[in-house]
Design a protein around this ligand. Sequence first.
Ligand SMILES: Cc1ncc(COP(=O)(O)O)c(C=O)c1O
Length: 384
Amino acid sequence: MDAERLYLDHNATTPLHPEVVDAMARVLREVYGNPSSSHALGAAARAELEQARERVAALVGFRDDEIVFTASATEANNTALASALLAGDGPPGHLVTSTIEHPSVVEPAARLSEVGVKVTRVEVDAEGRLDPAAVAAALTADTQLVSILWANNETGVVQDVAAIGADAATRGVPFHVDATQALGKVPVDGSAVHAAMLSGSAHKFNGPKGVGFLAVRDGIELTPWVRGGPQERRRRGGTENVAGAVGLGVAADLAVCGLEERAKRYEGLRDRLWAGIQATVPDVRSNTPLDAALPNTLSVEFRGTAGDVLVEALDLEGVCVSSGAACASGSIEPSHVLSALGRTPEEARATVRFSVGLGVDEAQIDRVLEILPRLVARVRRVSS
Ligand SMILES: Cc1ncc(COP(=O)(O)O)c(C=O)c1O
């Protein structure tokens, strides 16, 4: 990659940690057995897979036999929702979720409502925070699952998942938490939040793409989403991605190691960026509640700009960030997350997300701050 390129899009994906690459390269070269085979090469692959499982379990506060490897957090979320709401012969049940979930929960939830499941989407406040009491109040005798994002990918807002999980547990309702953005950035303990199921994805914390997991508490019946084999204790069919799982396991170890110090460093970089933006660019507003958010994330509205044009302008200067809008069916759609915070379509479209991570330093932040005022002014002129 171009050495000059500044990557501030770590919530989209992260660079691989060198130790992850080394571990995966060794497995790809040397451990090619099928973990289901009974011979020595199969056993070697099985041993790698099980060590990775232990590492992931330690990351999230589950037992190793409670970890099911998947191809992504998207698959894990689909599996969790379908298993909780479509299993059994009873009438369609009830799902409680929020208005700012990731599309990998939003879209399966929409599909579930098409087949008769009642879906309650609890609203957030203007900073994206859920009131645990509002989530508890949404529970009914028919509720089969509460599914809430630990931390939001767009604004970084962190929910009070401990309170939400405790309330669900009191009512005997399983709690699924999508911890994909939280892992590696804040401490994650599935037990402390009473999670029945917890999703994650390696590529968000310096592991490889194409491998994730669903942690499923012992006693929770999991109906497979991918069928066709006895793998993963019959909870997910298909030959396991051994090298991917090993990469995920090493990334899990690294995510736990030095977390507090790393989070402080990210927070310092994020705060430096926000202070610099406020000092040099007029008419800006943060969508990130800095005291209740991931330490690495800053979502900023640059009033009067088209965020996607600003993202392109930054890209031309070698800076990678994301906008607060997505291209859908050929038109620019404002983010449902920013809309749920009460932002108008124009405000949502004027938003850019910065997310720091491995390899980002103060000099890079200062370089972004050097070019940003000029680019924002130019994009504002063009947009008006
Ligand atoms: C909160 C959250 N959940 C789920 C996902 C999906 O992860 P994956 O890329 O592994 O499908 C993402 C990815 O952006 C995410 O941010």
